[in-house]
Design a binder for this molecule. Structure first.
Ligand code: C2E
Ligand code: CA
Ligand code: CA
Length: 715
């Protein structure tokens, strides 16, 4: 049963490490300490088999802890593992110098932790076992002074036999570097027998280089009388393969406590090491293409960034995204898609320079770390070469497939010094390359970065705007040209931004669409607008029609009918004076589905308008398929009236179309008296625009509505 000492000032870490340790050896006894001083005191009465210690702790750091443990009789030869943060190489070195056996990087990787603990404990047990046997031999020798010779022989043989059964390579060398003991396993590895080896120099079993190091360690032990920390070593076996050993060395004393030899114990950890390497490989490579994955790229990038600080050449990070890959994948199937990705990986690897790194980040995204470039030009050249290589058609399952790539490039150290920043920059630049029309490259640009940051800030602010009641509806009246009276008003959204002041919809609706905030915002708009409409309806002057804008994306996101019904129910507004404006500025996908919803809305009794009519995507399809009552002619056709004859003809055409279908035609963006007269003459029914009023608050419009005079126009 092993005794394991865990030392960490954080309780959660102690708990995790203790659980991991027990998972390696369920019968192990684990003792944990938060305070290193208490742990050192405890060591006076206990002899642990393994110590795991955090580096950064109050009172003492990991190096000092290791040094003090080594100074104790119970801790001279215990394996000590020190846990340090990734970016603390100096601490690691210090800990090793102070006598730590090994280190782990925090956060601790569970597989790695278990492997290390298992190895160190196994080694520790072999070590203790051989030492116990050696000591019992020494005791026997003393006890049976009389039959000494016979006993010596017997005991030696018994010991040798015992030690031969231990699954470790064990040998002992004297002060002159001569082997005084070799177990069978060690001898076999050297292609010899114990009898042949004893009395010869240690290089017989160790080989040249390894024995130099080994003898140096022995000399250290003879000088200090203390064990040295265990270490890993590679050696060639007799079959020509390479094996990894984990070796420890400890002093061996005779009956009079004289240091007579150094006991060397090695266990073969080759298989475990390979399994560990295999695991590590899998964790850092992409299974489909065999390329390094995001995690390995990140490691290399971080390495590079640290090295660059010491004056390496600049490097470039390319972020590559295939154009139209999804289409190929959908059309030809996943197998073909996989094949294509593998071929792309091969072409990329063939195109980059020696020493550059190609990684697959996932999906159809790749990255290239281009090292040691002299100028941005060189990065551009590589990007171009890549675009050209990928431009040649691929043959996938007997077919020619064409794809292309968009590449974003960022430069170190010009654009950023940190790995994460570089990845983000390159990603951003790639999006720009894509929006510039694909199949091209684009360099990271700090100004675009700034815009992206601002958009992110805006998004964050927008998320809290509803909760903080920062929205307000402004109202723009609509006037009937026959009566010169205000018959309706359109609700236009405004945002009282905490630092940027009053914002118009153009400044934030795009972000709202992208982030899924359009739905909650529209719910608020509809609720507020219909409540306002109901309030005006209750005033002595009688109500007006209230209009609200509906974003086309809403029809995909929610049941618009249910939403409008709920809003009307809540406000009590007469549905016939609730006007919903549907813009044709933005294309809509599922017209059939939208048409169904619009019919349902009509059944509720609400009024429907086509907004921005004439400039959009619908080209009369909306008029044909949707049950609308009103057409709002876009400002673009009004702004150049009365002089522009083409615009006049268009307005007159729209009026004829609308009237033939029984619709009301509204002219938007009317700014001058001349425009009022022009649209009146062309047959429009209503107008909306700065000439009548800018969008104003509900309060201001309410006061205007209360005035008993007709709106005077064109005077
Ligand atoms: P829209 O629906 O076409 O609204 C008319 C826009 O034109 C308003 O801009 C208004 O202030 C402006 N305008 C009105 N009369 C004149 C004029 O005589 N001359 C000129 N140059 N402009 C005039 P605003 O308030 O900035 O709104 C812009 C757009 O944002 C709206 O265009 C609408 O599409 C959208 N929007 C506004 N509120 C909402 C909302 O609550 N939901 C949704 N989905 N969209 C909204
Ligand atoms: Ca509108
Ligand atoms: Ca409009």
């Amino acid at each position: 049963m092993s005794l394991i000492l865990i030392l960490d000032d954080r309780g959660t870490n102690r708990k995790i490490l203790a659980q991991l340790a027990v998972s390696v050896e369920p019968s192990a006894e684990v003792v944990t300490f938060g305070n290193p001083l208490l742990a050192l005191a405890w060591l006076d009465g206990h002899r642990p088999d393994l110590v795991i210690s955090d580096y950064r702790m109050p009172h003492l750091d990991g190096a000092e802890v290791a040094a003090r443990i080594r100074a104790k009789a119970t801790g001279v030869d215990v394996p000590i593992v020190v846990v340090t943060a990734y970016n603390d190489p100096v601490f690691r070195l210090r800990a090793l110098e102070a006598g730590a056996t090994d280190f782990l990087i925090s956060p601790v990787d569970h597989v790695e932790f278990r492997t290390r603990v298992r190895n160190l404990l196994a080694l520790r047990h072999h070590q203790l076992q051989s030492r116990r046997q050696a000591q019992s031999l020494a005791r026997d020798l003393e006890a049976s002074e009389r039959s000494r010779n016979a006993l010596v022989r017997e005991s030696r043989e018994a010991l040798a036999q015992l030690i031969d059964t231990v699954p470790a390579m064990i040998s002992a060398t004297d002060r002159d570097g001569r082997l005084i003991f070799v177990n069978a396993r060690q001898a076999t590895l050297a292609g010899s027998t114990p009898a042949e080896l004893v009395g010869h120099g240690a290089e017989r079993i160790l080989g040249g280089r390894r024995s130099t190091r080994s003898l140096a360690a022995d000399a250290e032990i003879f000088a200090s009388g203390l064990a040295v920390p265990g270490f890993e070593e590679e050696l060639a076996d007799s079959a020509g393969g390479s094996r990894t050993l984990f070796t420890t060395k400890a002093p061996l004393r005779d009956g009079e406590d004289r240091l007579v030899a150094v006991l060397t114990t090695s266990i073969d950890i080759t298989d475990r090491k390979r399994a560990e390497e295999q695991l590590l490989y899998l964790a850092r490579h992409d299974a489909l293409t065999g390329l390094p994955n995001r995690s390995l790229l990140g490691e290399r990038l971080r390495d590079r960034c640290t090295q660059a600080r010491r004056g390496d050449l600049p490097f470039a990070l390319h972020f590559l995204d295939l154009d139209r890959f999804k289409a190929v994948n959908d059309a030809l199937g996943h197998q073909a898609g996989d094949r294509l990705l593998r071929d792309v990986a091969t072409r990329l690897s063939d195109t980059v320079g020696e020493g550059d790194l190609v990684a697959r980040l996932g999906g159809d995204e790749f990255a290239i770390l281009q090292l040691g470039i002299g100028s941005a030009q060189e990065a551009a050249h590589l990007a171009l070469r890549i675009i050209e290589t990928l431009d040649r058609p691929f043959t996938v399952m007997g077919r020619d497939v064409s794809i292309s790539a968009s590449i974003g490039i960022t430069l170190h150290p010009a654009d950023a010094g940190m790995a994460d920043e570089l990845l983000r920059n390159a990603d951003l630049a790639m999006y720009r390359a894509k929006s510039n029309g694909r199949k091209g490259y684009s360099f990271f640009d700090a100004a675009i970065d700034q815009a992206a940051r601002e958009a992110m800030q805006l998004e964050a602010d927008l998320r809290t705007a509803l909760i903080r009641s920062e929205f307000e509806l402004y109202w723009q009246p609509q006037v009937c040209l026959a009566t010169n009276r205000i018959v309706g008003a359109e609700a236009l959204l405004r945002w009282h931004h905490p630092t940027r002041g009053l914002l118009a919809p153009a400044e934030f609706l795009g972000v709202a669409e992208e982030t899924g905030l359009m739905l909650p915002i529209t719910e608020w708009v509809l609720r507020t607008a219909s409540k306002q409409g109901a309030a005006w309806a209750a005033m002595p002057h009688g109500g007006i029609r209230v209009a609200a804008n509906l974003s086309p994306s809403l029809f995909r996101q929610t049941d618009v009918r249910a939403l409008v019904a709920a809003v009307l129910d809540e406000s009590g507004l007469d549905p016939r004076v609730f006007d919903l404006e549907l813009t044709e500025r933005v294309p809509m996908d599922d017209l059939d589905k939208v048409a169904v919803t619009l019919h349902q809305l009509r059944e509720l009794g609400v009024c429907l308008s086509i907004d921005d009519f004439g400039i959009g995507y619908s080209s009369l399809v909306y008029v044909k398929r949707f049950p609308v009552q009103r057409l709002k002619i876009d400002r673009a056709f009004v702004s150049q009236l009365p002089d522009n004859r083409v615009d006049a003809a268009i307005v007159s055409g729209v009026v004829a179309l609308g009237h033939n279908l029984g619709m009301i035609v509204v002219a938007e963006g009317v700014e001058t008296a001349a425009q009022v007269e022009a649209v009146r003459a062309l047959g429009c029914d209503e107008i909306q625009g700065y000439f009548v009023s800018y969008p104003v608050t509900a309060e201001v419009l309410g006061r205007t509505l209360a005035e008993p005079v007709a709106w005077r126009l064109g005077v």
